[in-house]
Ligand binder design. Structure first.
Ligand SMILES: Nc1ncnc2c1ncn2[C@@H]1O[C@H](COP(=O)(O)OP(=O)(O)OP(=O)(O)O)[C@@H](O)[C@H]1O
Length: 216
């Protein structure tokens, strides 16, 4: 179970953008979080993935309170999460070939030996050819880069996936393909999902339940 308990978070302690929000995701459950632009969904998603330290509240991962944030999070807690962001270019190191970008979470956690086989296994699943794996981010389209970012999120076999507007800049067929990849991984691994977005139709079709957040 992934529990967000009484989270208050933001960028200025005097004016938090998320105030006392609690949300629980059961094992294997897919929860959609809907809300207008600017209400703090991405901030909450980053807190859930241990990427942003809240001002108050706790994140409890499978019964264990989070023991750090960002690089200070213990490895076993950090690697429990796979994260996909809205803008693939902002989260992709422009120097890395897609093959190395996908393998990053394994290399960062001392699992380099698994990388080649895991990337070769995931590339066809997300629809990337060997030729695309050898390119750098500026040599591929946004959709192709997002495919690589989804593979990167899955490469270390996380128990929890946090997808923050994963499909916002994709066409309908790439959206369907990448939602299908996430769902296939969840079916086979039992991973839970927090999917953030504004597209109610997509989230309601994709998730077991959706939570609607109020106005900003
Ligand atoms: N790094 C930052 N520094 C300062 N303020 C920020 C930062 N990131 C976000 N904010 C502000 O926090 C508020 C919530 O932003 P957040 O991105 O969490 O909202 P959101 O609901 O995900 O929006 P959207 O649907 O447009 O992505 C906004 O007012 C935004 O301007």
């Amino acid at each position: 179970m992934l529990e967000l308990r009484g989270i208050t978070a933001g960028y200025d302690r005097r004016e938090p953008v998320v105030r006392d929000v609690s949300l629980t995701i059961g094992d294997g459950e897919a929860v959609g979080l809907l809300g207008p632009s600017g209400c703090g969904k991405s901030t909450l998603a980053r807190v859930a993935a241990l990427l942003h330290r809240p001002d108050a509240g706790t994140v409890v991962i499978d019964g264990e309170p989070a023991r750090g944030w960002r690089h200070r999070a213990p490895r076993e807690q950090r690697t429990a999460f796979g994260v996909v962001f809205q803008q693939p270019r902002q989260s992709a190191d422009p120097r890395l070939r897609l093959r190395d970008l996908i393998a990053e979470p394994l290399r960062a956690t001392g699992r380099r030996a698994e990388a080649a086989a895991r990337v070769d296994g995931l590339a066809p699943v997300v629809g990337l050819s060997a030729e695309l794996l050898a390119r750098r981010p500026h040599e591929v389209s946004d959709g192709q880069l997002q495919r690589a970012c989804v593979a990167r999120a899955l490469v270390a076999r996380p128990r929890w996936l946090i997808c923050d507007e994963m499909t916002a800049m994709l066409d309908a067929s790439t959206t369907a393909a990448l939602v299908g990849v996430v769902e296939e991984y969840r079916r086979e691994s039992g991973a839970g999902l927090l999917a953030v977005g504004h597209d109610a139709v997509l989230l309601e079709r994709w998730c077991d339940r959706t939570v609607r957040w109020g106005s900003p």
